[in-house]
Design a binder for this molecule. Structure first.
Ligand code: TRP
Length: 320
């Protein structure tokens, strides 16, 4: 128990299989070994859109997904930005530790600005990596399991921690990013798997919805199924997905399907995904919205105690 692990998700919609194999499975593994915090990053929703949208429904969805996959609220503190004023207040001194040009160099922020549909770049879009530093440092997080796109934000966090310690005395550990070793799943249309592109299998989808999505997935005209990520990325992606769900190697599955063609591949993938998700979906149905809300209230209370303590330390160190 010598690490404090912090991860988070923006509550913008239900989680999908990319999230599961990219991070949720890893969280479930880590919860027994480390003290763990999972953040529902609600204030971060308004970085790239004007309004928070169906925020309450999305938060409930996220909680249901977490608990259904086996994140255990007795071991993990699940909490949200908007319930922790002290976490948010850390952003102010932290902003004083980074320069405008450092903020403007962040490659992930640049990419998000380039893909944003907003007319203007908000101040929050520009500064949210510093808010993310507050997410990680309020609990003195030491391990941050994230995808590749989040590495620049962990770098900002390390910069903030290092400069704070240099300026005001040793308060924060320097967190490390940990990246999953899983192969990246693509969406069923070959693009990035994303809830907004309609190319992702959500954990909560029905078996019929899952089958329909996989039926529409892009493949190619070759009958003989082979695992060739370079030449046949769509076929390889379905094999990877089925392999992850079955705990088997994608090339073995390809050999077994042989000249069964795209239809056999899709049938196998659909069964693999639905069999895999069946217990998760069943657990999700057993949970009620008020129950999961209570989990969040308890997590918020626990996290807030930690935030109050850290903010006090920060103020003391700074001489306020
Ligand atoms: N930026 C992350 C995302 O878009 C969500 C997030 C917010 C996060 N705060 C965090 C992730 C702190 C890890 C640590 O998915």
């Amino acid at each position: 128990m010598d690490h404090v692990v912090l991860t988070g998700d923006r509550p913008t919609g239900p989680l999908h299989l990319g999230h599961y194999f990219g991070s949720l499975a890893n969280r479930v593994r880590m919860q027994d070994e480390h003290r763990m915090y999972v953040l529902i990053a609600d204030y971060q929703v308004i970085t790239d859109r004007d309004r928070p949208g169906e925020i309450q429904a999305n938060i409930t969805d996220l909680l249901l997904d977490y608990l259904a996959v086996g994140i255990d609220p007795a071991k993990v503190t699940i909490f949200q930005h908007s319930a922790l004023p002290e976490l948010n207040q850390l952003m102010l001194p932290f902003l004083s530790l980074v320069s405008v040009s450092e903020l403007s160099r962040n490659p992930t922020v640049k990419d998000e600005i380039a893909h944003s549909s907003q007319a203007a770049v908000s101040g929050l879009m520009f500064t949210y990596p510093v808010h993310q530093a507050a997410d990680i440092l309020f609990c003195k997080g030491t391990l941050v399991p994230v995808g590749r796109d989040q590495l620049p934000h962990v770098e900002v966090t390390r910069l903030v921690a290092r400069r704070f310690n240099e300026r005001y005395g040793e308060v924060f550990p320097l967190p490390e990013a940990v990246m999953g070793e899983r192969p990246l799943l693509k969406g069923l249309d070959g693009g990035k798997m994303s809830k907004s592109r309609g190319n992702a299998i959500t954990l909560k989808a029905t078996e019929d919805e899952t089958a329909a999505l996989i039926r529409k997935a892009r493949t190619d005209a070759e009958r003989l199924i082979t695992f060739d990520e370079e030449r046949r990325p769509e076929v390889a992606n379905l094999l990877t997905l089925a392999g992850l769900c079955l705990g088997r190697k994608p090339w073995e599955l390809a050999d077994e399907i042989g000249d069964g063609g795209g239809l056999a591949l899709k049938r196998l993938t659909t069964d693999a995904v639905n069999d895999f998700l069946r217990p998760i979906r069943a657990r999700r149905r057993e949970l009620s919205a008020p129950d999961v809300r209570r989990v969040l209230e308890e997590g918020n209370a626990r996290a807030r105690e930690r935030a109050v303590e850290t903010l006090r330390e920060v103020r003391d160190a700074m001489g306020f």
